[in-house]
Design a protein around this ligand. Structure first.
Ligand SMILES: NC(=O)c1ccc[n+]([C@@H]2O[C@H](COP(=O)([O-])OP(=O)(O)OC[C@H]3O[C@@H](n4cnc5c(N)ncnc54)[C@H](O)[C@@H]3O)[C@@H](O)[C@H]2O)c1
Length: 323
């Protein structure tokens, strides 16, 4: 049987790496990964993730989505069946510091990649969107057809991706699927996100900025659950050529409760209280019925107690990556 060829962008990142690691275990797939390995966070962690992907089913190229010529050559050489786009400037707070990184990677980069998808007749394009596009307004939980209200450049860039993909899906044969991820966490996670930031602060004896007294709710979703969904979407027959899915456990948890759970496994850092940040929404809470119905099963999401424990265990074993 001919192997399916899959491109994963942002493969040195948290979600891209986690998906590549799963797919390369299956002999009927070949994975090509690209990443610009930027220094938005710890490059040592990104390089370590890549070193774990040593496998004859995996190839890596250092390419930036902005480099259209390199993308063209990559697509010309490889006949990709499926493309996952996880490469992006992530994070909402950083958009006030470096807005250009969002327009370059998330908007121009996304359009460059979409052009390749179109010109090289890729069957399926699955891309990362974000829960942040819903903004702050009630009611909860947010359904895929709820009103959106992107309140910062990051969420605007993700919403523009969805709209662009929707419009081109009408003119080409590729099936386009946008995944609205809600606070994905777990082993090999992002050091700019709350759980790892707290653990690193404790380990390095740094102060941890606690915004709005920790009075924020996030729909924490464990990495393995998100990856199992991405994997299921590889082959699943789609109805129509464009779809959006929430990827969430549908169980919002207040930040202070997560911190208490981490404290069971780690020392506490010094807390530095900060006012609410203008980039942060108060609460994220998604409805996951659409993906459950589509996959025809009730997905059993990992509880936050197990997810936090696994993350802390992983961190304690891999602290040297953050020294
Ligand atoms: N982790 C979450 O909770 C979460 C939530 C919502 C949405 N998302 C989205 O999911 C995707 C993956 O997120 P993640 O948590 O793995 O982030 P990440 O930052 O760990 O991974 C992104 C990777 O993309 C690479 N990259 C950035 N710009 C690039 C460019 N122009 N060209 C090539 N590579 C580039 C980075 O070096 C990084 O390795 C992102 O699009 C992110 O916006 C993540």
């Amino acid at each position: 049987m001919k192997k399916k060829k899959i491109l994963i962008t942002g493969v040195a990142g948290f979600i891209g790496f986690s998906l590549a690691r799963k797919i390369i275990q299956y002999k009927n797939f070949e994975v090509v990964g690209i990443d610009n390995i930027n220094s938005y966070y710890n490059r040592k962690l990104k390089l370590k993730r890549l070193s774990l992907l040593k496998n004859k089913n995996f190839k890596f190229y250092k390419i930036d989505l902005i480099e259209k010529n390199k993308l063209y050559k990559l697509f010309e050489k490889n006949n990709f069946d499926i493309v996952f786009n996880f490469a992006a400037q992530a994070g909402v707070r950083y958009c006030y510091e470096n807005p250009k990184s969002y327009t370059d990677s998330n908007i121009i980069g996304f359009i460059n990649l979409s052009e390749m998808i179109k010109n090289f007749y890729v069957d399926r394009f699955i891309f990362a969107s974000s829960s942040s596009i819903y903004g702050d307004q009630k009611p909860f939980p947010k359904k895929e057809n709820s009103e959106v209200n992107p309140i910062n450049l990051y969420s605007l860039s993700k919403f523009s991706n969805e709209q662009f993909a929707k419009s081109i899906s009408k003119t080409i044969n590729t099936t386009m699927v946008g995944l609205r991820f809600f606070t994905i966490y777990g082993p090999w996670g992002r050091p700019d996100m709350m759980i790892l930031k707290y653990l690193i602060s404790a380990y390095k004896k740094l102060s941890f900025p606690l915004f709005n007294n920790g009075d924020h709710y996030r729909d924490f979703t464990y990495i393995d659950d998100a990856i199992n969904i991405c994997f299921a979407l590889l082959n699943k027959k789609m109805i129509g050529k464009f779809a959006i899915f929430n990827i969430c456990s549908s169980k919002p948890i207040i930040i202070t409760k997560i911190l208490k759970e981490i404290n069971k496994y780690s020392k506490k850092p010094l807390i530095k209280k900060k006012p609410r940040d203008k980039a942060d929404v108060y609460k994220t809470y998604g409805d996951n019925k659409k993906i459950n119905n589509f996959l025809k099963k009730k997905i059993k999401f990992t509880s936050y107690t197990i997810g936090v424990k696994n993350t802390c265990d992983w961190f304690l074993k891999n602290k040297n990556l953050f020294s």
